[in-house]
Design a binder for this molecule. Structure first.
Ligand code: CP
Ligand code: NVA
Length: 309
């Protein structure tokens, strides 16, 4: 599978057929792994993981994914590299490109992944920025496909913060022409430019401050933490602002009875989601977390070994 983009910095880098191909390939890799194994398509390749924020799922799924494909993962942070001593990004990008075959980057500003992609000469994969979380939403699409059999024709609901996850869902909706309803408190709406982009592309986007309006009849229900990484000092004020947005059994009862519940995790039980819903029969969050592994592998193959898939 050959992607037109050299980097995955945002879902906008992909068109609808590329997204579908990634979902298909991730499902194939998942089946092959469970069936005993698959091709070592990254043999001889090294992938640097440069993380400026904490991570469990993304880090481990990329590290394990690279290893399962026969490559070598290298984990580093700004703190233990010269980045933390102000070595310019453009220098880091060029030096790293002489050693590794790709950089997987989790950081604050989207400009960091853009600059690394601009100055480096190897693919850069966005492993979460303040603005986007593309790898997560791609694996969430795999989860929807697995549980509901297709991606189109559903109402997708987003409840909570108009954050990086919401932005990547907006871009997925744009690419796939999805109906997406976002309910966020007034001061926590998604960026207007991303909403405008999704609408221009033909996605059916509804914005509301009422979670009941967003969830009514929805088949895919999605939420995320109220205070993202880097916003911990706003947690108290956000808890007040997001009152009424907890995805609990009462709210979920308004969705389609066959709806699935997604949460990228980590979850704060009793805040954005109740224990009952997170652990309930409609929650698919553990499959969703597992699918990170299979999707990271599909993304890396597409960028680093396109001849394989
Ligand atoms: N969902 C997700 O990205 O989790 P981590 O922060 O643990 O990587
Ligand atoms: N919005 C969350 C996602 C965590 C995977 C954050 O940025 O912290």
């Amino acid at each position: 599978m050959q992607l037109k983009t050299r980097h995955l910095l945002t879902i906008r880098d992909l068109d609808s057929s590329e997204i579908r191909d990634l979902v298909r390939r991730a499902a194939e890799l998942k089946a092959a792994l469970k069936g005993g194994g698959h091709q070592k398509s990254l043999a001889g390749k090294s992938v640097a993981l440069i993380f400026d924020k904490p991570s469990t799922r993304t880090r481990v799924s990329f590290e394990v994914g690279v290893a399962q494909l026969g490559g070598k993962p290298l984990f580093m942070t700004s703190r233990d590299s010269q980045l933390g001593r102000d070595e310019p990004l453009k220098d880091t990008a060029r030096v790293m490109s002489r050693y590794v075959d790709a950089m997987v980057v989790r950081t604050f500003g989207q400009n960091v992944v853009k600059d690394l992609a601009h100055w480096g000469s190897v693919p850069v994969i966005n492993a979460l920025t303040d603005r986007y979380h593309p790898c997560q939403v791609l694996s969430d699409l795999l989860t929807v496909q697995e549980h509901l059999g297709r991606l189109e024709g559903f109402t997708y609901a987003w409840l909570g913060d108009g954050n990086n996850m919401a932005h990547s869902w907006l871009e997925a909706a744009a690419a796939l022409q999805l109906e997406l309803r976002l309910a966020c408190p007034p001061d926590f709406m998604p960026h207007e430019d991303i909403v405008a982009y999704a609408r221009e592309q033909g996605a059916q986007i509804t914005l509301t401050h009422d979670p009941r309006e967003a969830i009514a009849g929805a088949q895919v229900v999605n939420t995320d933490v109220w205070a993202s990484m880097g916003q911990e000092d706003q947690a108290g004020e956000r808890r007040r602002a997001f009152e009424g947005f907890t995805l609990d059994a009462g709210l979920l009862s308004l969705a389609d009875p066959a709806a699935i519940v997604l949460h990228c995790l980590p979850a704060h039980r009793g805040e954005e989601i109740s224990e009952e819903v997170l652990e309930g029969p409609q929650s698919v969050v553990w499959d969703q977390a597992e699918n990170r592994l299979h999707m990271q592998k599909a993304i890396m193959e597409a960028l680093l070994a396109p001849q394989v898939s």
